[in-house]
Design a protein around this ligand. Structure first.
Ligand code: HEM
Length: 91
């Protein structure tokens, strides 16, 4: 399960990074321009950068915690023989 989640969260984080990296500077430039019409047109799309950042923060937090989650799972398996120990002994 962790393997599946880490694969998809990493993929998601990577691909959502593209629109996020575009949307944030665009939003900043539009605000700086101060044009009335542009401001009104942007008002309807204003939430998009925030939603993208929220997705990045959630998936990023999971990626950040991943090494600790894996460490915890390994510790739980202490007592079970390690992968190397399960190999057949060759003479
Ligand atoms: C908002 C909070 C964010 C957090 C907590 C976060 C956290 C992380 C973490 C922990 C990783 C994995 C690093 C590793 O492999 O050790 C990562 C990878 C990455 N992050 Fe973020 N990130 C955030 C936002 C962003 C944003 C805003 C962008 C770009 C717009 C971004 C782009 C990327 C990319 C491209 C990777 C590499 C993904 C891959 O493995 O292919 N992240 N991030």
């Amino acid at each position: 399960m962790t393997k599946f989640l880490s694969k998809w969260f990493r993929k998601f984080h990577r691909w959502i990074a593209v629109p996020t990296a575009l949307a944030i500077p665009i939003a900043f430039v539009l605000k700086m321009l101060g044009d009335e019409n542009l401001q009104q047109a942007w008002a309807r799309l204003e939430k998009i950068p925030s939603i993208l950042m929220l997705i990045m923060a959630i998936t990023g937090a999971y990626l950040f915690l991943l090494p600790y989650i894996v460490k915890g799972q390994r510790k739980k398996r202490v007592g079970a023989p390690a992968e190397a120990d399960r190999q057949p002994i060759k003479d």
